[in-house]
Design a protein around this ligand. Structure first.
Ligand SMILES: NC(=O)c1ccc[n+]([C@@H]2O[C@H](COP(=O)([O-])OP(=O)(O)OC[C@H]3O[C@@H](n4cnc5c(N)ncnc54)[C@H](O)[C@@H]3O)[C@@H](O)[C@H]2O)c1
Length: 249
């Protein structure tokens, strides 16, 4: 199997893309530590000794340190980190966005990635290898009105990932960013002004915005994450991979 004896940390593991990524990595023989505020969905994987569900707030520095400590103790070297955790912004005109809301979105979508990457670098530098995949969003190149804070946070993820790719290259650590297009998870509905779940009409609007004609599935995203973590992507770093059915064009 592709990832036999490899160990990955996946954040946002309880969400749509996260769960699918955990499943795919486990199916390919990896050891996985899945972290999220909510891990109830992941408990069914607990019957394998290759998986740990870590429940906690990834904005807490000590929690992040614990996740890496537990992973190293249980499985040894850490081969990869996948940052999937994030939040949406419901479309809001800028003059109605409070400073608190702005900070909340920037903290969860960007500061959290800073914290996990900082910790990963400590372990991966020691091992002289590693792969980090940070999830951004196609909205960085194709924004929608009212999502200014979300788009800024994801633009920061792209810039940060490129800078870190250069910084960590001498240590043989790859850092890439993957920008998903509109994907069929509960988050999709959270971008609408009402904050309601995505009804069929709205789904259709999102689908029409994708040149290939359908929403992305969590499996589409997980497959590309798997590629970026694999040996086949060994010489890819600082890259921005759009997995969006052509939405960025
Ligand atoms: N769904 C889409 O259409 C879409 C499009 C582009 C980009 N994205 C990005 O893809 C990623 C995954 O999205 P998804 O659709 O799977 O969303 P999701 O809401 O299903 O999953 C996100 C997960 O992050 C977790 N999380 C949030 N804050 C956390 C915290 N402080 N500590 C720990 N965990 C926390 C949530 O509990 C949730 O399980 C996000 O970064 C999102 O911005 C999604």
């Amino acid at each position: 199997m592709t990832f036999e004896n490899k160990t990955f940390i996946v954040t946002g593991a309880g969400g749509g893309m996260g769960k699918e990524t955990v499943k795919l990595l486990l199916d390919n023989g990896a050891n996985v530590v899945g972290c999220d505020l909510h891990t109830d969905n992941l408990l069914k994987y607990e019957d394998t000794n290759k998986f740990i569900a870590f429940q906690g707030d990834l904005l807490d520095e000590d929690t992040v340190k614990d996740i890496f400590k537990v992973t190293a103790t249980q499985f040894g070297d850490i081969d990869g980190l996948v940052n999937i955790a994030g939040i949406a912004q419901s479309a809001t005109p800028i003059d109605e966005v409070s400073l608190g809301e702005w900070h909340h979105i920037m903290d969860i979508n960007m500061t959290m990635i800073f914290l996990t990457c900082r910790e990963a670098s400590v372990y991966m530098k020691g091992n002289k290898r590693g792969s980090i995949v940070n999830i951004g969003s196609v909205s960085v190149t194709r924004p929608r009105p009212g999502l200014q804070s979300y788009v800024a946070s994801k633009g920061a993820v792209e810039a940060f990932s490129k800078a870190l790719a250069l910084e960590l290259a001498p240590h043989q650590i790859n850092v890439n960013v993957l920008h998903p297009g509109p994907s069929d998870t509960t988050m999709l509905g959270q971008f609408s002004a009402e904050g309601a779940s995505v009804d069929d009409t709205r789904k259709e609007i999102f689908e029409k915005s994708v040149p290939l004609g359908s929403l992305l599935t969590p499996k589409n995203i997980a497959d590309s994450i798997k590629y970026l973590l694999s040996d086949e992507a060994k010489m890819i770093t600082g890259a921005v991979l759009h997995v969006d059915g052509g939405r960025n064009i």
